[in-house]
Design a protein around this ligand. Structure first.
Ligand code: GCU
Length: 362
């Protein structure tokens, strides 16, 4: 990996394999502590800390179609509710269980739309692929706006957040964990094969969710870019300065310290991917998505791969060069593809996720 190492060196990244006391991580046991340290670091500096899980998540069936999608699946809508400091909160979840598969693997889709199916969510193709799905609409949790009163945000500290308290990416990620709590009770689903998937801001969310919660075997990020999969140091397109100006509420207040100050971050985004290791990660990029910066997304996968070696497995398996359009890397535990076209969660992307899941976990 001479060429890729040379390209990475220019980014001057902090070493994910060295902890805060400058101890080099040498084995999987040391990694378990280092992983905790990384989750704390990203919680305190980037996304903000979430409250503990509620003691109980209660499902209520709202409606059910036993012959959905040409009779191939059972589609139900379930309200999940739980206690918060300011009373009960609930949100709807779509659950789609294929009839042809028992104990199906499942994609938990953090969705941009309440519609099922949707342009970003080709449900029938995913059923045909042999997968179950759960999805929830992110704005059913809290508005994608700079305020902390709506929905879940208002149920906790509201506008009086501490500098390291959760921003909205953490709220959406935490809500995906509540869906995971519910999924644990389902017999039709294989609990060992649950992937969380999101596009763009919700791809950032999916990675942060999988980084924190080891019940997810895979985190899938589609074109998550800045503050998601992409390395921040030397990044093109969107920078921290841009994202905290337009979307300050996605993050904790502390993140603002790194505007035009990336070189002083005690982390970079390959830490986020590393926190999922040795579990599976999928990063998909589009060549026309310059705002997200495909090259910085790819380099993050390369930089996170060392951690997998501690477990005797491979992270990203790639030739020693930057990828071209059409590249699909499914060999190691970090899957990757680079497609043509622009910012979108396409059929091609879903096919990539399904192929990778099937190859690794079927
Ligand atoms: C904006 C934002 C990105 C984000 C994207 C999206 O472009 O700057 O960081 O990923 O929205 O969520 O579609």
């Amino acid at each position: 990996m001479i060429e890729l190492k040379r390209i990475l060196e220019k980014r001057n990244l902090p070493n994910v394999m060295m902890d805060q006391n400058s101890t080099v991580i040498k084995d999987d046991k040391m990694w378990a502590n280092r992983r905790q340290e990384i989750v704390q670091l990203l919680g305190s500096q980037v996304y903000g800390f979430s409250p503990p899980a509620p003691s109980k998540v209660s499902p209520k069936l709202v409606r059910e179609d036993k012959d959905a999608f040409a009779g191939k699946a059972v589609h139900s809508v379930i309200d999940l509710s739980f206690d918060t400091p300011r009373g009960e909160f609930s949100f709807p979840v779509n659950l789609i269980i294929p009839k042809a598969v028992s104990e199906a693997p499942l994609f938990l889709h953090i969705a941009f739309s309440p519609n099922v199916p949707d342009k970003y969510f080709p449900v029938e193709e995913i059923i045909d692929g042999g997968f179950a799905m759960a999805s929830f609409y992110y704005e059913d949790i809290t508005k994608d706006k700079d305020e902390f009163e709506s929905g879940l945000a208002g149920m906790y500290s509201g506008e009086n957040r501490k500098p390291d308290e959760w921003g909205k990416i953490s709220m959406w990620a935490w809500s995906a964990q509540r869906v995971m709590d519910f999924i644990q009770t389902l017999e039709e689903v294989d609990k060992a094969r649950i992937a969380v998937v999101g596009h763009s801001r919700l791809g950032k969310t999916a990675l942060w969710c999988a980084a924190q919660d080891e019940r997810f075997i895979m985190g899938i990020s589609n074109e998550s870019g800045c503050s998601g999969a992409a390395i921040s140091r030397g990044k093109k397109g969107e920078r921290i300065r841009d994202i905290v100006k337009t979307f300050p509420y996605w993050f904790c207040e502390n993140y603002k310290e790194y505007v035009d100050n990336e070189e002083n971050m005690p982390f970079d985004q390959h830490f986020l991917i590393s926190a999922i290791a040795p579990r599976y990660v999928y990063v998909s990029s589009a060549i026309g998505d310059e705002w997200a910066d495909p090259e910085s997304e790819f380099l993050s996968c390369v930089a996170a791969s060392d951690v997998y070696e501690l477990f005797g497995v491979k992270g990203l398996v790639t030739e020693d060069r930057l990828p071209e359009v059409g590249t699909k890397l499914h060999e190691g535990r970090i899957g990757y593809h680079l497609r043509g076209g622009t910012h979108y969660l396409s059929r091609y992307d879903w096919q990539g996720f399904m192929e990778f899941m099937r190859r690794k976990l079927y």
